[in-house]
Design a protein around this ligand. Structure first.
Ligand SMILES: [Zn+2]
Length: 431
């Protein structure tokens, strides 16, 4: 399907003007035809017309190296520097070729005269830029929507080492493994909770064009059995095309809160209502959790919410308090600095950076002091049961359940297949 019209039509325009202007002036034509040279030329031209045009070269796929420009790629393939510049000027989409990134792929084909015959470039996974030489020898650029054929594929495996090693062995790409870890990341800590014998089953999309697999699409449904406990997730696509995953019952697989507001940090002090304060040396409740992290480590909002307070507050130092709905508040203290532009009343999204670890206020070393309050009462952020994010709207639930039934049946079949395999192994193992 054509998205944008052909960007340049100079070729056609030139041909039209040639017809309007007519052929060569009759006096010059008469002079030429009177010579033998002109006669020979016209014979050659007539012969050339009947000969098949020379074959253009085959497609060459070029993977862009770091820092490489289109001109450099053209020159490396025997194409002119000026042609590269001309290509980037054909359309707004072709201007994208001025900012090639490492790993971008483009396909080239040359004319027998070593000029550009065609170029293909995938713009964003949804559209392809197609540059070609038209019949008038002019370059034109067309942008077309990529129409994939979506095929379903499945993979299953058992954990023996890690999600990544065993996932790869089961044939899952890194992209799908990242997605799998993200989907179940609220329920399973893949670094700490995995056990040998855990199993996973994934049903996913593969994108094809002209019978050629281009890449993996999204996970459609997946199951992860962790220490005997099964977690299942099924995809839902809303009207705007946004993808989210829900349990088969329609509950969100996301929790409303992230468990920890900093990545790669360790707990240096737990929630403890009778703790001796390291600086004040008195028994003072520690109504939060401390995460040791180097100064400047980003701190994330653990849930969607509103900034209730941002500023300096006694021993807390630079502190942000977020309000989440009517019941929950979270507090982030000792920051070195706030995210610029953050102010009271602003809305923040879960995972958004709100500030950076520091040692402002009463702190002996850089760390984040994090508090979690439910209806004004301090809870241990490490153990407090976290509410799930919003479930699937009731208006779409029945239809979605109907549509996801065959996919769930397939997960059931994969579970049975797994069980049969395990039993077969057990049988052959017994003497
Ligand atoms: Zn603390």
């Amino acid at each position: 399907m054509l998205l944008a019209a052909v960007a340049t039509r100079e070729g056609v325009a030139k041909r039209q003007s040639a017809i309007v202007d007519g052929a060569l002036p009759s006096d010059i034509a008469a002079t030429l035809s009177s010579t033998d040279a002109a006669f020979t030329e016209s014979i050659q031209a007539a012969l050339a017309d009947t000969l098949p045009p020379p074959e253009p070269s085959d497609w060459v796929t070029v993977e862009v190296q770091r820092g490489q420009t289109l001109s450099q790629i053209f020159e490396a393939h025997g194409l002119g520097f000026s042609e590269a510049i001309a290509v980037t000027k054909l359309s707004p989409e072709s201007a994208r070729l001025k900012n090639l990134r490492a790993g971008d792929k483009l396909q080239l084909r040359k004319t027998p005269e070593s000029r550009l015959a065609e170029l293909r470039f995938e713009l964003d996974g949804k559209a392809t830029l197609h540059v070609r030489r038209d019949t008038e020898n002019q370059l034109e650029a067309v942008t077309t929507a990529i129409e994939y054929e979506r095929r379903q594929a499945q993979a299953m495996g058992i954990i023996e080492n890690s999600l990544f090693l065993d996932g790869q062995r089961a044939g899952l790409s890194n992209r799908l493994l990242m997605q799998l870890a993200e989907i179940f990341g609220y329920d399973i800590d893949f670094a700490l909770d995995l056990r040998v014998g855990d199993r996973f089953a994934v049903i996913y999309e593969e994108l094809y064009r002209d019978d050629e697999k281009l890449r993996d699409g999204d996970i459609i449904a997946a199951e992860f059995v962790n220490r005997g406990r099964s977690f299942r997730a099924v995809r839902y696509i809303d009207q705007s095309g946004n993808t989210a995953y829900y349990t088969p019952e329609g509950d969100s697989i996301r929790k409303a809160f992230l468990r920890t507001p900093v990545d790669f940090a360790r707990i240096s002090s737990h929630f403890n209502l009778r703790r001796r304060h390291p600086i004040l040396n008195t028994i003072r409740a520690h109504k939060g959790v401390d995460y040791a992290a180097s100064a400047g480590t980003p701190i994330r909002a653990t849930a969607d919410g509103k900034v209730e307070f941002i500023g300096v507050k006694g021993g807390y130092g630079r502190v942000v308090i977020l309000k989440h709905g009517s019941q929950y508040t979270t507090l982030y203290a000792h920051m070195s600095r706030f995210r610029s532009g953050l102010r009271a009343g602003l809305t923040v999204r879960q995972g958004q950076v709100i500030g950076y670890v520091g040692a402002s206020g009463l702190a002996t070393a850089p760390h984040l002091h994090y508090e979690f309050r439910v209806n004004g009462v301090h809870k241990d952020p490490v153990t407090v049961p976290l509410p799930r994010a919003n479930p699937l709207p009731r208006s779409v639930l029945a239809q979605w359940k109907l549509e996801s039934a065959p996919i769930l049946a397939r997960l059931d079949a994969m579970a049975e297949q797994h069980l049969a395999r395990v039993q077969a192994t057990a049988t052959t193992a017994t003497p």
